[in-house]
Design a protein around this ligand. Structure first.
Ligand code: SF4
Length: 439
């Protein structure tokens, strides 16, 4: 029997809503000789004498936790193989290359990759072994990403452990598709999960029926990069409502141009959330967001007619070719929408040039911080709430997503679990601008 710890390197609240955790947990426990348990930042220190430790890398800002977790667990689990996976591993695992034995570059369904890695196999396709393959960018690039051509229900977790404190509440997580048919130039997800694959309607109906039998909940979260792009979204929602009228359905994201009256009626949302990303139509066209002003105004009109009284809008600043006018348009669009809604909240964050996106070689714009402050100030009187992430975390995210193996040593030696120190070190040693400008 192999004992495996599956770790989400942050709080339980985020981890329990992470579908990858449920998929892996279900996938591995199907093997009779594997016993896999989930752990989070709150309880990973209970892990000892395991045969394998798998850490899902969903966000670069978790790397500080990851390094700390591995340092502690290497001693308590001397025979364990340490495996990394998830979107950050697919995109660029180099900053963590000296801490793991292997990274899975892709999606594990329909394969025995994880099983074989737990049994310490060292010649698998779709796996990057930094100690064997080298830690240069070119070494990593040789690894071909693996993914199932079709996503089926074989590996789907029907019996999900849910909790009200989860990011989607205690919802059953229903993944309707993976990858995205759209073409936004800033988007990494569409490339690392290419090609777009939606599940069959019959499969999804089966998952709803079985999921609701085994998972105690009255909520279903629809997971996909762009839920409204699913051709049978209305049929699926109708099926859920026919099962139980009181089940609430929450989509992870909706594009403004997929919002239809029929969809909002059946979803019965309290809040409309859309991501214009840029304020002006010109910039949206440039970044290939493919959403017009009319699409946005049409979406909010439909929301108003469906008694939705709160709108959340997601924007980015510092995008390539951005001008002052584009910033003004964020303010104007938000103000216009506020006229018709009781509550409007906007989230404004700096554009981060991500690897595997068309903008991967663009610079990170430090001026974005001032733009965010300016937008906040300008919207104060209009009663539009402006939310934003900690700016230093965004800078760190940029550095880690495009940096190399040298960063791992800095996280470990200089700044053990201290992102602020890490950033200070990069600044003091004049290293920061290279990462931000991708020299
Ligand atoms: S940003 Fe969203 S809509 Fe655009 S390509 Fe990425 S996942 Fe698709």
């Amino acid at each position: 029997m192999k004992n495996v710890a599956l770790i989400y390197p942050n709080k339980f609240k985020g981890g329990i809503s992470c579908l990858a955790m449920h998929i892996l947990h279900h996938h591995l426990n199907k093997y009779h000789d594997i016993n896999c348990n989930m752990y989070f930042i709150e309880n990973y220190n209970e892990i000892k004498n395991k045969d394998a430790i798998i850490i899902t890398l969903q966000y670069e800002n978790d790397y500080f936790n990851v390094v700390k977790i591995i340092a502690e667990l290497r001693q308590k689990n001397p025979n364990a193989v340490f495996i990394g996976g998830g979107p950050c591993a697919i995109a660029n695992p180099l900053p963590l290359s000296s801490f793991f034995d292997a990274f899975v570059i892709g999606e594990i369904e329909d394969t025995d990759i994880m099983y074989k890695l737990i049994h310490k196999k060292t010649d698998l396709d779709g796996v990057y072994y930094p100690k064997l393959d080298g830690t240069d960018r070119e070494d990593f690039r040789k690894i071909k990403r693996i993914y199932p051509k079709k996503i089926t229900i074989d590996d789907y977790p029907i019996n999900q452990f849910t909790h009200p404190s989860g990011a989607y509440g205690d919802a059953f997580l229903l993944e309707i598709g993976r990858g995205c048919p759209r073409r936004c130039k800033f988007c990494m997800a569409k490339n690392i999960y290419y090609p777009p694959r939606f599940r069959k309607l019959d499969d999804l109906k089966y998952l709803v029926d079985e999921g609701l039998k085994h998972t105690k909940t009255n909520k279903i979260a629809l997971i996909s990069p762009s839920v409204g792009d699913y051709k049978y979204i209305i049929d699926l929602c109708q099926h859920i409502k026919e099962k139980n009228e009181n089940i609430s359905i929450s989509p992870s994201s909706l594009r403004a141009d997929t919002i239809k009256d029929e969809l909002l009626k059946i979803l019965n949302l309290k809040t409309l959330t859309i991501a214009p990303e840029a304020g002006s139509e010109r910039l949206r066209e440039y970044i290939k967001k493919d959403i017009s002003n009319d699409d946005i105004l049409n979406a909010v009109e439909i929301a108003k007619n469906n008694n939705i009284d709160k709108v959340k809008l997601y924007y980015m600043v510092g995008l390539p070719t951005e001008t002052e006018e584009d910033i003004e348009e964020i303010i104007n669009l938000s103000k216009d929408i506020k006229k018709d809604f009781r509550k409007v909240e906007i989230s404004v964050n700096p554009f981060i040039p991500k690897p595997h996106s068309e903008f991967e070689n663009e610079p990170f714009n430090l001026e974005s911080k001032n733009s965010i402050k300016y937008i906040e100030k300008s919207l104060k009187k209009s009663n539009v709430k402006v939310n934003y992430e900690n700016f230093n975390s965004m800078i760190i995210q940029c550095v880690l997503c495009r940096g190399g193996a040298e960063l791992g040593d800095l996280i470990e030696i200089e700044n053990y679990n201290k992102p602020v120190q890490f950033l200070k070190y990069l600044k003091k040693n004049s290293m920061l601008s290279d990462y931000l400008t991708k020299k």
